[in-house]
Design a binder for this molecule. Structure first.
Ligand code: ADP
Ligand code: ZN
Length: 432
């Protein structure tokens, strides 16, 4: 196992905290001087940069939300003049108006460095051929992985997302060993590879997946179709893009690049820190960005963080899997449900194909909750009675895990829409 930047990735935690404090102080001063939004927010709390004397003082600084980004769209939160900005990205807009972030030359250099770390952590080597099937464009995924993989010395194929037949062709012709994609597109590609029936034509060995949630069950579904080690990595436009955190080969959580980002986990209702290891909302402060530093960004992503040393030797904290985004959660009969909970139940059932969709509607005063899921060819073409019994079983397993009874609709394999980017699991047709 190799470590790209051992001096930072295995840094003594006391020294790491000292470095974080120094960088936090510089960032707060920069924001105060250059970005009216932050100056106003700090002033409203009666705070000044000089008040940040210890790392824990961070807790007294204001949060930043998606709404703050939207209100200052597009350049209002930039801390660098456009003359110094060499690239701009925006979020995929999964949940509304896009968020914008700018990069100076130094920001791009940091980005490449941090994505490179994540790639090397997962096992990428200089002789790898890496196919980037994340979208290139305003989305941070494509370019971020591109820069980072190049720095790691890999041979990069900038495929972008889509055109699956061509993806498979190049994968074989160029001898792709590393696949970069969202887990849902990776699953689609894996199914397509399987359907070709020529496993020896492929040299894939490693998957760098990210940009959306991937349950352990989903990971197994991908790994059971193609012989790869699937790793997870996390990032978001507001904080930088990919490279914020990634799994090492131990696959025991994603190491956060803490020398560049301070991570907090807070209770989303009280805003208070939760005890280490408990699930809460992730909050990130970027401490080395020039153009778009962010103070205490409320990600709305839920997970836990541990600072226990990893078997790989890195001392950087590890985040667990993202349990859900608070904006993904839906409420049925007063019960809060995350799509990931539905997914975990479904994918653990033999005979289910890993494709599903949740449709919410309303009949009269009541919410309706339907789960459409593909089943195996054999089951679908078998006896009607078996199919009905299977449907009852799936319904019962979902009910006992979620405490709400969905209407389960089994559909033929290959019929639900496949995605080349992030999957859209929930279709909410309820009137507002
Ligand atoms: P959008 O909010 O439009 O999707 P981004 O493209 O910036 O914007 O995506 C960032 C979000 O994607 C994160 O806040 C998180 O919800 C999700 N995400 C990114 N990586 C992962 C991952 N490895 N696991 C789960 N969710 C992820
Ligand atoms: Zn590790």
């Amino acid at each position: 196992m190799s470590i790209w930047d051992a001096s930072h990735e295995t840094m003594d935690r006391e020294r790491l905290r000292a470095l974080q404090l120094e960088r936090l102080q510089a960032t707060v001063a920069r924001l105060y001087e250059r970005v009216p939004h932050y100056r106003e927010r700090l002033a409203a709390l009666g705070a000044e940069p000089a008040d940040v004397r210890a790392l824990d003082d961070l807790r007294r600084l204001p949060f930043t939300t998606k709404a703050d980004f939207r209100d200052r769209y597009p350049y209002g939160l930039f801390a660098s003049p456009l003359a110094d900005v060499v690239e701009v990205h925006s979020s995929s807009g999964t949940t509304g108006k896009p968020v914008v972030a700018g990069f100076t030359r130094r920001d791009l250099d940091t980005w490449a460095e941090l994505v490179c770390r994540v790639a090397v952590m997962a096992g990428v080597q200089a002789d790898d051929v890496a196919q980037v099937s994340f979208g290139y464009g305003m989305f941070t995924g494509g370019f971020g992985l591109h820069y980072g993989l190049q720095r790691a010395g890999a041979t990069v194929l900038p495929m972008s997302a889509g055109n699956t037949a061509r993806q498979l062709q190049f994968m074989q012709d160029f001898g792709t060993t590393v696949l970069v994609a969202t887990p849902s597109y990776a699953l689609y590609l894996a199914e397509s590879i399987q359907a070709l029936g020529a496993p020896d034509a492929f040299r894939l060995r490693l998957g760098l997946f990210g940009a959306e949630a991937c349950s352990e069950e989903m990971r197994r579904q991908i790994e059971s179709r193609i012989p790869i080690l699937a790793t997870d990595n996390y990032g978001l436009t507001e904080v930088m893009g990919p490279g914020v955190a990634g799994e090492c080969e131990c696959r025991a959580g994603m190491h956060v690049a803490e020398d560049h980002f301070v991570v907090e986990v807070v209770d989303p209702t009280t805003d208070q820190p939760v005890p280490e290891g408990e699930v809460g909302e992730l909050v990130f402060t970027s401490i080395t960005r020039e153009c778009s530093p962010v103070l205490r960004y409320r990600t709305r992503d839920l997970c836990s963080v541990t600072t226990e040393r990893c078997a790989c030797g890195r001392t950087l904290a590890r985040m667990g899997r993202i349990v859900g985004r608070t904006d993904d959660m839906f409420i049925i009969s007063g019960v809060n449900i995350f799509p990931s909970a539905v997914e975990r139940v479904l994918f653990a059932i033999e005979g289910i194909e890993p494709h599903y969709r949740i449709v919410l509607g309303r009949r009269g005063a009541l919410d309706t909750f339907e789960v459409q899921v593909e089943v195996s060819e054999a089951l679908f073409n078998g006896w009607m009675d078996d199919l009905r019994a299977f449907e009852r079983r799936v319904t019962e397993e979902l009910r006992s895990a979620l405490l709400v009874r969905p209407k389960v609709k089994l559909v033929e394999p290959g019929t639900l829409e496949r995605t080349e980017g992030k999957a859209r699991r929930v279709i909410d047709e309820r009137p507002r």
